[in-house]
Design a protein. Structure first.
Length: 460
């Protein structure tokens, strides 16, 4: 049985960084909402007992600024069990089975390095937990197309696809989901949402900080694997997808996968890699590292709706600001009327700002005050107040979905493999990373769209 709401949660890696920073606070919030199962089993190699785990949970919550309600915490603490052991030891899974007791539908969350996924999946199968439960995996789902296929083969030996939840917390963010809602809940957009009216699309994921002490991890991953292959290709899919036939999970995922299937593989000739100055001196980074901290690329989607429309993507660290946004630029009017001869107006564009705020701006032209018949840019803007929205943090939302069996915001096998197919050419063939200074927009020879990249502050 894998349908219905889970009656137990197993958290592998409960003593790790991801759990401390994101997952434990999600457990607390789910407890507050009455959404957490009565049995939560933490599994890790740390030789603790359950009281030490409870102390760790409290400390993590306090460190992350959670105002603890003692009644809620007592409920959470009473649900906790702990199994200490080696992930490669069969005894660990036998003790896990005993800790789960009479639970009929456990969800097993693998907040562990991907190199351990196979060991844990096989261990769960050893005790039969795969036959009645679900498994949740953290990205990355492989390092390339071949390893992604190998991982999927291992998973499918023990779990059916509908019981596998590949989590990308980016899809759980309120502004990202708003991309899809805004598109399909407003009929005014559909007639112009195609190659006949849209000139180009620009997607930016900029971070003003560096790798923040994660050199040992980041130097093996790089920007392409870290955010482009997953996060930003999902943004492309949400913007470019066809209307789903229903709101069911597979109907939504079908349309996202169709976009990825239609995307051209990245062309090394239209792909720029950069590395910020000083990266090689970061702790954990190889002295001769060629790992990229910045990428910029141009690609296209070979579908009837999007044929010929260029999609530009850039992402990087050490840039002038921390911003994630998508800008849809419409074509210029067939004939320019009422334009100021000294300042040609920019084409209309629609900006989805996902970070640092949740903001949608439609840039239009209206009459400039005065006697002359001249136009000026006028922004029509929607700003969502995250504190008044009633939304939940991404991990809390997605963990709740996994417990309830709703996989619409999780990646499916075919989508994962299509995403790796798209990036595979530039994983295998690329130029060396070009140095750039921190606080700039990447290497001097960065790939530029026609007319340049949109200014993230709203200008051009």
């Amino acid at each position: 049985m894998t349908t219905g709401r889970a009656d137990a949660l197993v958290l592998f890696g409960i003593t790790g960084d991801l759990a401390a920073k994101k997952l434990l606070s999600s457990l607390y919030q789910l407890t507050a909402r009455g959404r957490l199962p009565a049995t939560v089993v933490g599994v890790a190699s740390t030789p603790w007992d359950v009281d030490e785990l409870r102390n760790h949970v409290r400390t993590s919550l306090e460190t992350n600024g959670v105002e603890i309600d003692e009644e809620i915490f007592a409920t959470l603490a009473s649900s906790l069990r702990y199994v200490a052991g080696d992930y490669q030891d069969a005894e660990t899974y036998l003790r896990l089975g005993a800790a789960l007791g009479e639970a009929q539908l456990p969800v097993c969350y693998l907040a562990i390095p991907p190199s351990l996924f196979a060991d844990v999946v096989e261990g769960l199968a050893l005790t039969g937990l795969n036959e009645r439960g679900r498994v949740v995996l953290e990205k990355p789902f492989g390092r390339d197309l071949a390893s992604a296929r190998e991982l999927n083969h291992t998973l499918h030996q023990h779990f059916p696809e509908e019981a596998i939840f590949r989590i990308d917390h980016f899809l759980g963010k309120e502004p990202v989901q708003n991309l899809m809602v805004f598109r399909f809940a407003n009929s005014i957009l559909e007639p112009v949402w195609n190659r006949n009216y849209i000139d180009s699309v620009q997607i930016t994921m900029a971070e003003s900080f560096g790798i923040e002490g994660r050199g040992g991890f980041y130097d093996k991953i790089g920007t392409l694997r870290d955010v482009v292959q997953n996060h930003l290709l999902q943004v492309v899919a949400l913007l470019a997808m066809e209307p789903p036939v229903s709101e069911t999970p597979d109907a939504l995922r079908d349309e996202r996968v169709k976009v990825l299937t239609a995307m051209q593989p990245f062309d090394p000739a239209k792909f720029v890699r950069g590395q910020y100055s000083g990266y090689r001196t970061e702790p954990g980074v190889e002295a001769d590292s060629d790992t990229e901290t910045f990428v910029a690329l141009r690609t296209e989607i070979d579908s009837w709706r999007w044929a010929g429309v260029p999609w530009y993507i850039r992402a990087g660290k050490g840039l002038p600001a921390t911003v994630t946004e998508a800008v849809i630029e419409f074509k210029r009017p067939a004939r320019l009327l009422f334009g100021d001869p000294g300042c040609e107006p920019h084409p209309n564009h629609l900006r989805f700002r996902m970070k640092p705020d949740d903001c949608i701006t439609l840039e239009m032209q209206a009459k400039k005050p005065g006697d002359a018949l001249l136009s000026r840019s006028v922004p029509l803007q929607l700003v969502n107040d995250e504190h008044a929205s009633g939304g939940h943090e991404a991990y809390e939302r997605l963990l709740d979905d996994a417990l309830g069996g709703d996989n619409r915001l999780f990646a499916r096998q075919d989508g994962v493999e299509q995403a790796w197919r798209i990036v595979q050419p530039v994983l295998e063939h690329h130029s060396p990373a070009v140095p750039y200074e921190i606080g700039t927009w990447g290497p001097p020879d960065v790939l530029m769209p026609d007319g340049g990249w949109h200014d993230i502050e709203g200008g051009f």
